[in-house]
Design a protein around this ligand. Structure first.
Ligand code: 3PG
Length: 402
């Protein structure tokens, strides 16, 4: 971005790809966590101050290639305007008449937001020509392109991959910071390096576990995905989330892990997946057949905290580097939030350099009222940060380097 600013952007149209894919309340449609909007402000602020005509585009959710009001970016335009302290002109389509009129009317230093990119089939198409045709229409709105959508750099989508091939292109402040931070984890992180993984599915985390095992000192596993590992250890998991076809893979990982993987020793098991369901703490090897595990238990939290903060009794050293992705339980329900809170607090209290990866874990930090400043870095990318740590080539980064 500094290179582009140095060239001078006053009066030029700058197309910014942002990741404004924020969670919305299912009932009211209100934005429940605006972290991703705030994360893009440094880039947008620098461009408006320099007098650019800023055209912002983003996806929201996963609409099916056609307009779908529940995924409109309109509420985001309002919040973005409040945070920027200047009204944001909203286009009610992405590249159609409204967008063309809004972009044409932009004055220097003003900001426009286009409607959801994924209301157009071309955005996510696997067909190069279809994506390219949509990228041509988008690129017509800019004299230069800034990618500040770290959360989407792992997607080979028109706005991420094809537009930079058509315009002078640079990384925004957020993308640069994310890559700088995550590259310290894939480089030579200070040890002990402890990774905490949660979330619902093992299948989503398999590649990152494979990539991390040789480099981490400890891998702590909680969340819905822990039950497939517990099953692989020979325990019954009741009606808890289980990926049957992954049990063998998990057994194999445990055998190869050289004792680095720590699993829950107790869990909070409930009668139903409901906020008011009756529940108890049970040993991880004693989950009753009719119960569902919805959180890690207090003994597990204490064990994980000792691995993160160090414990003289346990003979473990303070972690020096921590990466955390995925909640430890159903933290949206107060009865099952203690595991996520306990682990998040242990990370916040540790003096390690800590990176929180992912939409859900970042949202958990804010929803639980923890101080964001107690973490080294809160990534805006869920899938993107995992794929970065896997060492994959990310289409959006490759396109910028090209
Ligand atoms: C995310 O939420 O991880 C990003 O916004 C990417 O969204 P996607 O998984 O729908 O591509």
């Amino acid at each position: 971005l500094d290179d582009l600013l140095a060239e001078g952007v006053s009066g030029r149209r700058v197309l910014v790809r942002a990741d404004l894919n924020v969670p919305l309340d299912k009932q009211t449609g209100a934005i429940t966590d605006d972290g991703r909007i705030r994360a893009v402000l440094p880039t947008l602020g620098a461009l408006t101050e320099a007098g650019a005509k800023v055209v912002v585009c983003s996806h929201l959710g996963r609409p099916k290639g056609e307009p779908d009001p529940q995924f409109s970016l309109n509420p985001v335009a309002g919040r973005l305007g409040e945070l920027l302290g200047t009204p944001v002109h909203f286009a009610s389509d992405t590249v159609g008449e409204s967008a063309q009129a809004v972009v044409a009317a932009l004055a220097d230093g003003e900001v426009a937001l286009l409607e959801n990119l994924r209301f157009n089939k071309g955005e996510t198409s696997k067909d190069d020509a279809e994506r390219g045709a949509f990228a041509d229409q988008l690129a017509a709105f800019g004299d230069a392109y800034v990618d500040d959508a770290f959360g989407a750099v792992h997607r080979k989508h028109a706005s991420v991959y094809d537009v930079p091939a058509r315009l002078p292109h640079v990384a925004g402040r957020l993308v640069l910071r994310e890559v700088e931070v995550l590259s310290t984890l894939t480089g030579d992180p200070e040890r002990p390096y402890v990774v905490v993984l949660g979330g619902s599915k093992v299948s989503d985390k398999l590649a990152v576990i494979e990539a991390l095992l040789p480099t981490v000192d400890r891998l702590l596993i909680g969340g819905g995905m822990c039950f497939t590992f517990l099953k692989a250890q020979g325990h019954e998991v009741g009606t808890s989330l289980l990926e049957k076809d992954m049990v063998e893979t998990c057994r194999n990982l445990l055998e190869r892990a050289d004792g680095k993987i720590m699993l829950p020793v107790d869990v909070v098991a409930a009668d139903a997946f409901a906020p008011d369901a009756a529940h108890d703490v049970v040993p991880a090897d004693g989950i009753p057949s009719h119960r569902v595990g919805l959180d890690i238990g207090p003994e597990t939290v204490a064990g994980f905290a000792a691995a993160l903060r160090g414990s003289a009794a346990g003979g473990t050293a303070n972690a020096r580097t921590i990466f955390w992705n995925g909640p430890m339980g159903v933290f949206e329900m107060a009865a099952f939030a203690n595991g996520t809170r306990g682990v998040a607090e242990a990370i916040a209290e540790s003096d390690a350099f800590s990176v929180v990866g992912g939409g859900d874990s970042a949202a958990a930090v804010r929803a639980l009222g923890l101080d964001e400043k107690s973490f080294g870095h809160i990534s805006t990318g869920g899938g993107a940060s995992l794929e970065y740590l896997e060492g994959k080539t990310l289409p959006g980064i490759a396109a910028l380097e090209n």
